[in-house]
Write a protein that binds this ligand. Structure first.
Ligand code: SGN
Ligand code: CA
Length: 563
């Protein structure tokens, strides 16, 4: 080979080599993603948002390292639909998972599948609640359905169905840490889903926390005794009241025999069974630790109950609820700390995006409620804390209207992977990094699961930083306009107030625009409704709804059914 040719050839080889190397470098410099999500974790119960109820120093570490979103929301405030929106980057009416009842349609493309194809290692531990196993994961260990707090069962990729002795929050963390340490290939980037069951109903704290939490008292929310005047039928007819609808057995942990002794009526057909189904799973050692604290509470209650007014009972149930709900969060916080410590100790902080969120928010006695589903802030909004050291400014905050719909595109953009064009969210990178433009000023919401447990009517809405315009439909036809700035507790519907006529008209127009943009309309809603009513009818069920007069009316013309 003559000299010039040799020179050209060596240049080509070098070029090829450097090109290969940069591709490898590019892959290894792709960020890892640790997606931490708990179930029903209200932002009111994270001290980075408010320290009135509980200190969560470990979850707060994520906000200290990165960004706290104060207006993050979900598109449909219920478990499985929220998860489907997160994984597909599409609204419920597009991905088909509109409620908790039907299994997720696995022909949807989920973003972990795209990550796996792009060379990421993928793993999921904890609660999915899809009715089927996740696609696109190298490894998974998930809870069947809602999962249990004590000695939970898991569906696993490699070991079939297993039962693990211990407390669910600790076990999910052990599995996660084990994968990080022993199964993960250290040279490749990873996408890790670390998904807690806590603090979902029936709120059973770990043994190490019961002595402390059964003794604590918490400040009441100002709207604990809300009478719903100023709002329409939806708020009046919901079945989420702490006194009337929360289980004395399953939720407040009054054993069924004590309920009988005191003449306490169960608040639903499965109130007592829920107690046995959860507390009854403990082994003798776990039960002994539990009983030591709970028996004290039960004895005090037995003495006090005969003289309690309705107001006293409401207050007592609020305290009982907070003790258990917040008690479960204590273990979540400790375990999040274990994972953060691991990432720190293994030099994984620098190139890892860490997200803490919940599948939706939750009512902690506001409006006298527990549960979620409604568009009122406590369940429409969800906690969102994002750390990415070096990329996201430490201790920063955003009040932009971001949603769980946006996660898929955010992660894809961060990893430099093209997002499918039919995803409906927006990458949050402009907000996180300060580079690029963010233009969204309003989000779309649509809740479907009705009639069902808690009886929250179907509704869709537009939400801006200033207002909410909501339409409750099906067995109601009511519009609600909430002034978020002047009425932060959301107590007054100003839809018909002439002072809001202009803003009302403007929001209607914007809402129509959003429905068009996302491809939602009343025909689609009607289809989902028919499908659901057929399903209830076939199963002869009111799906947990209790107002039989109302339910009979709903099913009039169809064969009335009962549960
Ligand atoms: C169960 C709970 C409800 C809860 C739904 C959905 N009742 O039905 O209170 O709203 O799950 O929760 S229970 O008596 O069975 O606990 S979700 O997190 O899956 O959306
Ligand atoms: Ca949930």
């Amino acid at each position: 080979m003559n000299k010039p040719l040799l020179f050209v050839a060596s240049l080509l080889v070098a070029g090829l080599f450097s090109c290969q190397k940069s591709e490898e470098e590019e892959i290894s410099s792709r960020p890892n993603i640790v997606f931490i999500m708990s179930d029903d974790h209200a932002y009111q119960a994270i001290s980075a948002y408010s320290d009135k109820l509980i200190e969560t120093p470990n979850i707060d570490r994520i906000a200290k390292m990165g960004m706290l979103f104060t207006n993050a929301s979900v598109t449909n405030s219920i478990c499985a639909p929220s998860r489907a929106t997160i994984l597909t980057g599409k609204h419920s009416h597009i991905n088909g998972k509109v409620d908790n009842h039907f299994p997720f349609d696995t022909t949807n493309v989920t973003f972990p599948q795209i990550f796996q194809d792009a060379g990421y290692q993928t793993a999921m531990f904890g609660k999915l609640h899809f009715g089927n196993s996740p696609k696109g994961f190298d490894q998974f260990k998930i809870l069947p359905g809602q999962g249990k707090y004590y000695n939970p069962d898991f569906i696993t990729k490699d070991e079939g169905n297993i039962q693990v002795e211990g407390y669910v929050t600790d076990i999910i963390t052990d599995m996660t840490l084990n994968w990080l340490e022993n199964e993960r290939k250290k040279e490749d980037p990873f996408l890790l889903f670390y998904l807690h069951k806590a603090p979902h109903r029936e709120w059973l704290p770990a043994g190490r926390h019961v002595a402390e939490f059964t003794q604590r008292t918490f400040p009441e929310p100002p709207t604990l005794f809300d009478d719903y005047s100023g709002r329409g039928r939806a708020a009046h007819e919901a079945e989420m009241n702490l006194l009337k609808d929360m289980h004395w057995g399953g939720d407040s942990k009054i054993p069924p025999a004590v309920m009988d002794e005191l003449g306490i009526e169960p608040t639903s057909g499965w109130d007592k069974a829920a107690f046995e189904g959860e507390v009854g799973r403990m082994n003798p050692e776990q039960r002994a630790v539990w009983d030591e604290s709970y028996n004290k509470m039960i004895e005090e209650f037995k003495k006090a109950y005969p003289n309690m007014t309705e107001e006293d009972k409401m207050k007592w149930r609020y305290q009982r609820y907070m003790q258990d709900y917040l008690g479960t969060i204590k273990a979540v916080d400790e375990n999040v700390g274990r994972v953060l410590d691991y990432l720190e100790a293994n030099d994984l902080m620098e190139n890892t995006i860490i997200v803490y969120t919940s599948d939706q928010g939750f009512y902690l006695g506001e409006h006298g409620w527990f549960d979620k589903r409604f568009i009122y802030d406590e369940s429409f909004k969800t906690p969102l804390l994002v750390a990415w050291p070096g990329k996201v400014a430490a201790g920063s905050k955003s009040d932009e209207m971001v949603q769980n719909l946006d996660f898929a595109q955010t992660f894809l953009a961060a990893a430099g992977i093209d997002a499918p064009s039919d995803m409906q969210g927006e990458s949050l990178l402009p907000l996180l990094t300060g580079e690029g433009e963010w233009t969204r000023d309003a989000v779309y919401y649509h809740y479907y699961e009705y009639p069902s447990v808690h009886m929250v009517k179907r509704h869709y809405a537009i939400v801006t930083k200033e207002y909410k315009l909501v339409h409750y439909y099906f067995d109601a036809d009511e519009w609600e306009l909430i002034d978020r700035i002047n009425d932060p507790m959301e107590l007054k519907n100003v839809y018909d107030d002439p002072a809001y006529a202009e803003i009302q008209a403007e929001l209607h127009q914007k809402l129509d625009g959003l429905r068009e943009k996302y491809g939602d309309n009343s025909q689609i809603s009607q289809q989902y409704l028919n499908e659901y009513l057929d399903y209830l009818q076939e199963n002869n069920s009111y799906a947990g709804g209790k107002n039989t007069e109302l339910l009979d009316k709903i099913f009039d013309g169809r064969t009335p059914s009962n549960q």
